[in-house]
Design a protein around this ligand. Sequence first.
Ligand SMILES: [Zn+2]
Length: 204
Amino acid sequence: MCKGACYLIGEGRSIDIWKDPWVPFAHKFRPLPRGERRVGVNLVSDFILFPEYCWDISKIRQVFEPDDVNHILSIQLSPNSGDDRLAWIPNASGKFSVKSAYLTECESRFILNGPCSSKVWKALWKVNIHERYKLFLWKLYWNILSVRAVINSRFPIPDVLCLLCKLEVETARHVFLECNLVEFLWWSSSWALRIDAFAHLVPH
Ligand SMILES: [Zn+2]
């Protein structure tokens, strides 16, 4: 959940400049130091001039990376902001919702740490085949097709053997590449594929 939360600055007295998320456009909402981190300068309020309620620009430039200086200076300060408070950034309203939390979690799971690079995914989405097949390939790569091994990993089922050969555990790899009956089906299809010749190209 922390991935989507960022502070809205009131007086900045409760926000640690290195530990807390407080710069909406910075990576992970945290600014980077310019050179060594300074000891003793820890709160956002140390960078705000009171009672003018504006950023101490020269101090900010001394402490933070140039990109983050711009990010920080783009944050509007107001004496009417009240206390520092956490907001949920993925929602335009700043309010937390389960849906936006889920989508934020998906972003890291499906975009940042996927089995393929974004280049491969983009190539897949451009291929001139039915959308249904693209989705199928996407699921195959993510290993989320409902084969018995996957189902069993979520809730135990009594039998995980392949429905066709009854000899091996039914994984996606087995069903599409390794099962003897499937090898026969590929070979007897109109493409006459020797699927075992491709198996070494597909990651386990
Ligand atoms: Zn089988």
